[in-house]
Design a protein around this ligand. Structure first.
Ligand code: GLA
Length: 384
């Protein structure tokens, strides 16, 4: 995305110059899926894909919003907060509401959004819109919130206004990304560490199923509820608030307390996935990419069999990749039910791999896969 082209597009649309521009990235999660709202560890990276937001002042009490990549435009005022909008506009509107609820005046701007995160692909296009909007409002409202506050407020907008009871991983990765580093984040405390993502001779390849999502919010919210039920049950034995406070051993000695097999499976995933993230961070630091890859494969299996958030398309991509010579590991990334896989693969095998997987995937699912080499970028920032 070229900023001069975006400025020209802004000028064409609004007939005036851009005053400020902001950027917030999407993310890919390496491992630690559905652990964030269970008080566990996650290990995402920010991408160089993201959302650019360009603005100017208008002199009235409305916001005009255009999106270049979503082909949608609207002029809104504060009646939007009672309207539960359906389009992508709910993401910036949810963040505007967060600031309005804190007593700030959030209207009076021309806004142009331009994104290159593939939509609905589990690479956090929505978090990147939210965090870009939060960064912009923090600037123009002179709120002086720090990045942690902006991340939390963006997550709250998604839970409250959008209606997905998400954890904090996506917004945090967008806010705190660092070029060529992964973020080891403890979601219970928000302590984090930037871990150099050194994979010499290997690439991180993202493959998009291009499967349209359906009912994702309700299934996601169901998983969260099941985990909360499990945590309440196990709290009878251990003084825990979140499932990921348990070790694997503690889970094994108490899992019989969870009578419902489905709920027990969900809890087993959360506890073991959290343990895998610890091991994966250590493996990366020790340069043991082969073990890192095995943990990715185990994560996928657990998400498929225990957490049941995978789907035929994701399994087709991940399982075919896992068989391929030169692939160390492959798994679904993000919330699931569609979206992308992430694969750790020998750099000189990438072209042959894509040539092998694309027709196989098409034959097995009828869909075209898309591929992106992950370029790990910095977190959200004001550009000017
Ligand atoms: C979505 C949510 C995140 C996280 C992942 C699964 O991306 O927004 O908070 O729960 O799913 O790991």
């Amino acid at each position: 995305m070229n900023i001069e082209d975006l400025k020209a597009a802004f000028r064409n649309l609004y007939g005036c110059e851009v005053e400020h521009a902001y950027f917030a990235p999407g993310r890919v999660n390496l491992i630690g899926e559905h652990t964030d709202y269970n008080g566990g560890l996650v290990f995402p990276c920010a991408l160089s894909f993201g959302t650019w937001l360009l603005i100017s002042r208008r002199g009235d009490s409305q916001n005009s919003l255009h999106s270049l990549n979503m082909d949608f435009a609207a002029t809104i005022d504060n009646s939007i907060f009672a309207a539960s909008p359906k389009e992508w506009i709910k993401y910036p509107a949810g963040v505007m509401k967060e600031f309005a609820d804190r007593g700030h005046h959030v209207f009076g701007y021309n806004m142009l959004f331009a994104g290159n995160v593939p939509l609905g692909s589990s690479l956090s296009s929505s978090a990147s819109i939210e965090v870009a909007t939060a960064l912009m409002l923090n600037d123009v409202c002179h709120t002086q919130l720090n990045m942690t506050d902006l991340v939390k407020l963006s997550q709250h907008a998604e839970c409250d206004f959008v209606g997905v009871k998400c954890g904090i991983m996506d917004q945090f990765a967008s806010g705190f990304g660092k070029k060529n580093h992964a973020i080891a984040l403890n979601c219970a405390t928000l302590d984090y560490e930037h871990v150099p993502f050194c994979i010499d001779g290997y690439k991180l390849l993202i493959t998009n199923t291009n499967k349209p999502h359906s009912l994702v919010a309700s299934k996601y919210n169901d998983r969260r509820r099941e985990c909360e039920d499990a945590a309440r049950t196990l709290a009878e034995k251990y003084p825990i608030k979140f499932l990921c406070e348990l070790t694997e051993e503690q889970f094994e000695t108490s899992k019989h307390l969870i009578k419902n097999q489905i709920v027990r499976n969900r809890a087993e995933h959360a506890v073991y996935e959290n343990a895998r993230v610890h091991k994966a961070i250590d493996a990366l630091k020790a340069g043991n990419l082969a073990f890192f890859g095995q943990l990715m494969n185990a994560s996928h299996r657990s998400l498929k069999d225990l957490y049941e958030v995978s789907c035929f398309e994701l399994d087709t991509l991940a399982e075919n990749a896992q068989q391929y010579d030169g692939v160390l590991g492959s798994r679904m990334t993000g919330g699931g039910f569609g979206g992308c896989t992430v694969t750790l693969i020998q750099a000189d095998k990438v072209d042959a791999f894509m040539a092998h997987i694309a027709p196989l995937y098409k034959e097995q699912t009828g869909l075209e896969a898309s591929f992106y080499i992950a370029d790990i970028g910095d977190g959200a920032q004001k550009l000017f």
